[in-house]
Design a protein around this ligand. Structure first.
Ligand SMILES: Nc1ncnc2c1ncn2[C@@H]1O[C@H](COP(=O)(O)OP(=O)(O)OP(=O)(O)O)[C@@H](O)[C@H]1O
Ligand SMILES: [Mg+2]
Length: 291
C-alpha cells in the first residue's frame, strides 16, 4: 500500500521528472505511441494557424503532465514551434521537467501583475514553456478571463502549436472553462485506474461546455514494459467506494482540489444511485413480464 501511494505522487524533483521525458533513447514503442498521437493532432488542427490543445483527464495522477510534456516534445521534434503552458495553477509541475524557475508565469500574467510574457526556452529544440507562476486563489476565474483570450491570441503569432497542461476535470472547473477558447482536448485515461463513471462524467462536463475532445490517450502506467508501476493494474477500485474512500474531505489530494471534490463525489454518487435504481426497476419489470 505504501509502495503504491509513493508511486502515485507527482515528481518532486527535476531528476524524477526527467526520467519520464521522451527522448531519442526512449523505447521505440513509446516513441511510436507519441508519434501516432501527434499525427492525429496535426490532422485535427481544423486548419487553424496555431491550434491550441488542452491535455486533461478525469482525476488526479492520471498522467496529464507527463503526456503533455511528451506530446510537446514529440511535436517539437517535427520542427514545429511548440509552446507548452503549465495551466495547472493549483499544482504546477511542468517547470520541474525542464529545470525552470516558476516566476512571472501564467497566473501573474492573467492577474495583471506583469505585462511581460516570460516564455522560456528549453533544452528541447523548438519547445518553449510558459510556467504556471505563483499559485493564485482563483485559477478558474483567471482561465475564464479576457486576459486568457489576449494571451492565447498573442502567443499564436509566435508558435505553431500550443499545449496546455490542466488540472483534472472532475475535481475543478479550470480545464472545462477553456472549452471555447481552444481547438480541443486531449483526454488522458489511465489504464486500470480510471473508472468508467469518472471518464463519462468528465467527458459530459467538457461536452456541456461545448468542448471538443480531439483525442484520447490510454496511459498504460501499468504497462508491461518500461513501467515503474509494476502490479498497479491489480489494485482495482470500484465506483462509489472509490470516490468515498479516495476523495473525501480528508482525501489524499484535498490540499489541492478541496473545493470541488466533495461536490463532484456527491454528484457522481447521486447519478450512479439513480442509474442503479432505474436498472433495478427495469429488471423487476422484466421479471414480472417474464412470469
Ligand atoms: N505511463 C507512465 N508510466 C510510468 N509512470 C507514469 C506514467 N504516466 C504517469 N506516470 C507517473 O505518475 C505520476 C503522475 O503523473 P503526472 O504528474 O503526469 O499526472 P497528472 O495527471 O499530471 O497528475 P496531477 O493530477 O497531480 O497533475 C508521476 O510520478 C508520473 O511520472
Ligand atoms: Mg499534472
Amino acid at each position: 500500500m505504501l509502495f503504491q501511494k509513493k508511486r502515485l505522487t507527482t515528481p518532486q524533483t527535476q531528476a524524477a521528472a526527467k526520467q519520464r521525458m521522451l527522448s531519442p533513447t526512449s523505447p521505440f514503442a513509446i516513441r511510436e505511441a507519441y508519434n501516432s498521437i501527434r499525427a492525429k493532432l496535426l490532422f485535427t488542427g481544423r486548419g487553424e494557424k496555431c491550434p491550441v490543445f488542452a491535455v486533461t483527464s478525469a482525476m488526479m495522477h492520471d498522467g496529464k503532465t507527463t503526456n503533455a510534456v511528451n506530446l510537446a516534445i514529440s511535436i517539437a521534434s517535427t520542427t514545429k514551434k511548440v509552446l507548452l503552458i503549465d495551466g495547472d495553477m493549483r499544482k504546477p509541475t511542468v517547470h520541474r521537467y525542464f529545470g525552470l524557475e516558476n516566476k512571472n508565469g501564467l497566473s501573474e500574467i492573467l492577474a495583471g501583475l506583469t505585462n511581460e510574457v516570460k516564455i522560456r526556452k528549453t533544452d528541447v529544440e523548438n519547445l518553449h514553456v510558459l510556467t504556471s507562476g505563483q499559485i493564485p486563489p482563483n485559477p478558474a476565474e483567471l482561465f475564464g478571463s479576457k486576459q486568457m483570450d489576449n494571451l492565447l491570441a498573442y502567443v499564436k503569432d509566435f508558435f505553431d502549436y500550443v499545449l496546455i497542461d490542466t488540472p483534472p476535470v472532475n475535481l475543478v472547473t479550470d480545464a472545462a472553462i477553456l472549452a471555447e477558447k481552444i481547438t480541443g482536448y486531449v483526454f488522458v485515461v489511465q489504464s486500470g485506474k480510471n473508472h468508467f463513471y469518472e471518464i463519462s462524467y468528465a467527458l459530459d462536463t467538457v461536452q456541456q461546455m461545448n468542448g471538443n475532445v480531439v483525442g484520447m490517450i490510454l496511459n498504460d502506467a501499468a504497462g508491461k514494459s518500461g513501467s515503474h508501476y509494476g502490479g498497479y493494474r491489480n489494485y482495482s477500485y470500484n465506483s462509489r467506494a472509490y470516490y468515498r474512500r479516495g476523495y473525501g474531505r480528508g482525501g489524499y489530494y484535498s490540499n489541492y482540489y478541496s473545493t470541488y471534490e466533495t461536490k463532484v463525489e456527491d454528484e457522481i454518487t447521486r447519478q450512479q444511485d439513480a442509474k442503479d435504481a432505474a436498472r433495478k426497476q427495469e429488471n423487476a419489470k422484466k421479471q414480472e413480464s417474464d412470469k
